[in-house]
Design a protein around this ligand. Structure first.
Ligand code: SF4
Length: 459
């Protein structure tokens, strides 16, 4: 598969408009309070005993605030607060394990945040062991943890390896001091390099580095320096995220000097620079939606075989697993439903203390049509290809009949070279990979297509 989409800035400008990222379908704004913890418990129990599980654990605490942060997190220096949360998580895990068949294999687990590595080595070991006692974690499970190089210590990495972690995602963002000062995240490159050395020493097989473009004081020259440093770090995967400056929603972003932010045109050029460098020079494959991987990496291989999947943690190789989330704000993804846990810590503690897990407060049960459209949208988002006959057979539908409107919406995108439609299939072309959200949106029944034509911030 050709891994290098051409970056046509005119095309990107034309299609650049706000839209869903399709980590779920229906997307989170369509979750409702009508779907509650009782519904989720029932749906969870309904799965076959051989349906694999993917566990997500949200650890919201951070030592200090990065001004660009868009995550669900809480800054604290109180060790007792973190211990209280770990204790509650263990209780929640016990309560949830009672609802899930003990035979279901856990093929994937991810700890996200916040800063999971803000836990002490002892807490990482304790929580990891606890999960393994309650669930049947497969020998070849992919187990990943998000790490903040600042504050990461060798004993934490050793503890993570001891309880089975084999993938680490390290937040780098930008290596230039002036940028780091502006976002309140000072981390010398040697700190990052040490984090990766420890991970490799302790046998982590897959290392991911996160970068962000569009940050204050980023220039093409400074961004190039970041890309060159990352080349030397040689991660297996890279995520290149766009900074979303939304101070009306994320109040702490008001601290960022807006005059120091790259203007939209510069931001677009930073994206082009990053994409071209990572693919053409560094040899990564553009997987889709911010993600790059070595051609030999499992993500790239899964894309080759059409087995790539997408969930709230991004891309995944474990397509058939149901995601069960623990901790505040975590989102579970079952075959037929999505469910989000309560976001506030007091509410979470109260529910767990009352043995009220699942701590779900909203969600959505998917109709048969939602499941069909989710499948189509995820095929496009992950594998850049749609086989009409395969969809028709799987869902027992007449594809042309059901998707007549969606198919018609694609004409303009086809004329712009984003895709090719044949009688039996839709093939996304290299320029379309960068604009895959626009293509997927044609199949989104919740989108008001009259108000939101395909043209007009996708990057
Ligand atoms: S470490 Fe991550 S989650 Fe915590 S404040 Fe910084 S960006 Fe946000």
């Amino acid at each position: 598969m050709d891994s290098t989409p051409a970056v046509d800035l005119d095309l990107i400008r034309r299609y650049n408009q706000p839209g869903p990222r399709y980590t779920s379908y229906p997307t989170a704004p369509h979750f409702s309070h009508d779907y509650d913890a009782t519904d989720f418990a029932r749906d969870l129990a309904a799965a076959d005993t051989d349906t694999p599980l993917s566990l997500y654990v949200h650890l919201p605490f951070c030592r200090s605030l990065c001004y660009y942060c868009g995550c669900h997190m809480k800054v604290t220096q109180r060790a007792d607060s973190i211990q209280r949360y770990v204790d509650a998580l263990k209780q929640e895990i016990d309560q949830m394990a009672a609802l899930v068949s003990a035979e279901r294999p856990v093929v994937q687990m991810h700890w996200g945040g916040g800063t999971p590595t803000y836990l002490t080595a002892e807490q990482i070991r304790d929580l990891g062991t606890h999960i393994r006692r309650r669930f049947r974690v497969a020998d070849d499970a992919e187990i990943s943890i998000e790490a903040d190089p600042r504050g990461l210590t060798e004993d934490r990495v050793a503890a993570a390896a001891e309880v089975g972690f084999n993938r680490m995602s390290v937040g780098v963002q930008d290596v230039n001091r002036v940028v780091q000062e502006a976002i309140n995240r000072i981390q010398p490159t040697e700190t990052v390099a040490q984090a990766l050395r420890w991970a490799r020493e302790y046998g982590f097989e897959g290392l991911n580095v996160d970068l962000v473009y569009g940050l204050p004081h980023q220039t093409p020259e400074r961004f190039q320096h970041t890309l060159d440093v990352v080349d030397r770090l040689q991660p297996d995967r890279i995520a290149l995220y766009s900074y979303a400056h939304v101070p009306s929603i994320k109040k702490h972003q008001r601290v960022i000097d807006e005059d120091a932010l790259p203007v939209p045109e510069t931001k677009l050029r930073l994206f082009k620079q990053g994409l071209e460098h990572l693919t053409a020079r560094s040899g990564y494959r553009f997987i889709g939606m911010d993600h790059f991987a070595r051609p030999t990496d499992a993500l790239a291989r899964a894309q080759d075989t059409g087995d790539l999947h997408r969930n709230f943690q991004g891309y995944s190789t474990r397509a058939d697993a149901e995601v069960v989330a623990f901790g505040v704000s975590g989102i579970s993804q079952l075959r037929g439903a999505y469910a989000q846990n309560v976001k506030a810590l007091p509410a979470y503690y109260e529910q767990v203390a009352n043995e009220n897990a699942p701590t779900v407060f909203r969600g959505v049960r998917l109709s048969p049509e939602d499941q069909l459209r989710r499948h189509v949208i995820m095929q496009l988002m992950c594998n850049f290809h749609l086989d009409k006959a395969a969809v028709a057979e799987r869902f027992e539908i007449d594809f042309d009949d059901v998707f007549a409107d969606a198919w018609a919406r694609l004409s303009l995108l086809e004329a712009d070279g984003l895709l090719i439609r044949t009688e039996n299939a839709l093939h996304v072309q290299p320029p379309g990979r960068l604009l895959i959200r626009n293509i997927a949106r044609a199949f989104d029944a919740y989108c008001d297509h009259a108000d939101h034509p395909v043209h007009a911030q996708t990057v």
